[in-house]
Design a protein. Sequence first.
Length: 111
Amino acid sequence: MEFASTVDFAQAARLLSRATRRLSFTVPGFRCPPRLVGVDRTIRRRETGSVVSVRVKGRPQAAVLADMIEGIVVSNGLVAPDADRLRSELWSVVDASVLAALSGAAVRGAA
């Protein structure tokens, strides 16, 4: 399944940002697409924070989400086991959100 639009990407960015902040990590900015042609993800580091750029068009939703989550991990400079814990936490937030959206769609479709 692909993101239907950049609006979906923005919603995912907000969801991951809230979860990252709640877990007391630094939240990077998100944008799409990357400035470099031919890459799926880039990370720019600045004194004021990091920016994770992800290519959305033509990519599966899971691949985009994985790049966003990995961008958060890398921008926070984490290594195992802290990196693994953060990845797991963020994937659980994404999974819960996707399940809620799917169950809502199923209810709307049945009506």
